[in-house]
Design a protein around this ligand. Structure first.
Ligand SMILES: [Zn+2]
Length: 286
């Protein structure tokens, strides 16, 4: 078994567009006004495994695949502001990284704003939870839309490229950090640990690692929408659960995350739609 997380990685966050939504949906005590929720993705450089993505954000595929009903309903429900140069693949090209250099993509869950860019990286293996994939894999039409899933965003060879988190070695994370179980060791070297944060979507996983610059870091996906909500322990508005479902599971993960933050205050936590995290992220200017 691997001995710990001493392998450090580099991590860069990217903004890939944003949606407009009532702030109250994300934090029940927030004012009733629209706010921008950025969709973040991350590029991780592992010393041996090379370049890895955590989620992929919005992309041109997202707009093509949601241009007709029923998938257009997704865009009506969640209006998105996006310019094509904000696609993760385009931002990486601007940094001199070609799509073919991405070796792995870690998908936290299958909502459209997280899997939007997968098809831009045809060479990458895909790492996701079997639990999450089994939940959506047969979904089409309205049922898919209601679950935030747009089937055409997944590449046709997905089944050939996928590896499941649950097939990786278990990592004794709770012994060290006091919370979260199960946690899986993505590469068997303790460097990237997949943390189960089910609830916002069934089988959602976050990613824990030690960043060269920021130290221990948890990309917690949508287990909370903001650090503010986490610090003050304010849950989303009840209406959010009417759309999203899984309130009990969400609350369980949210409480675990709160507890994790309390026990390990030095660990940086980045929720995928948090304004504070977005402020630290790379993005297209102007
Ligand atoms: Zn989501």
């Amino acid at each position: 078994m691997s001995s710990g997380t001493e392998i450090k990685v580099e991590c860069k966050l990217f903004r890939t567009g944003y949606c407009r939504q009532l702030e109250k949906m994300a934090r029940r005590d927030a004012p009733l006004r629209p706010a921008s929720f950025y969709s973040l993705a991350a590029l991780i450089r592992h010393p041996e495994e090379g370049l890895i993505l955590f989620d992929t954000g919005y992309s041109a595929h997202f707009f093509r695949e949601t241009s007709r009903l029923p998938y257009l309903l997704y865009r009506w429900a969640v209006p998105v502001v996006f310019r094509k140069e904000e696609a993760l693949a385009e931002q990486l090209k601007a940094l001199g990284i070609s799509p073919g250099e991405i070796r792995h993509i870690f998908l936290s869950h299958f909502h459209g704003d997280h899997i939007g860019g997968v098809r831009d990286f045809p060479e990458a293996s895909i790492l996701c939870s079997r639990e999450a994939y089994d939940h959506i894999r047969e979904m089409r039409g309205l049922r898919a839309v209601r679950n935030g899933f747009v089937p055409g965003l997944l590449p046709p060879d997905f089944d050939k490229r996928v590896q499941f988190i649950e097939d990786k070695e278990r990592f004794p994370f709770r012994e060290r950090y006091g919370v979260f179980d199960p946690v899986f060791d993505c590469f068997g070297d303790g460097s990237l640990l997949a943390v189960r944060l089910s609830g916002h979507a069934p089988g959602q996983y976050g990613l824990f690692f030690v960043d060269e610059e920021r130290g221990p870091t948890l990309l917690c996906a949508d287990a909370t929408w903001s650090l503010e909500a986490l610090r003050r322990q304010v849950e989303p508005h009840p209406l959010t659960f009417a759309v999203m479902g899984g309130r009990r599971e969400f609350r369980r993960s949210f409480l675990q995350l709160t507890e994790f933050h309390r026990l390990n205050p030095s660990v940086r936590i980045f929720p995928s739609h948090c304004p504070e995290a977005a402020a630290l992220a790379e993005g297209v200017k102007g």
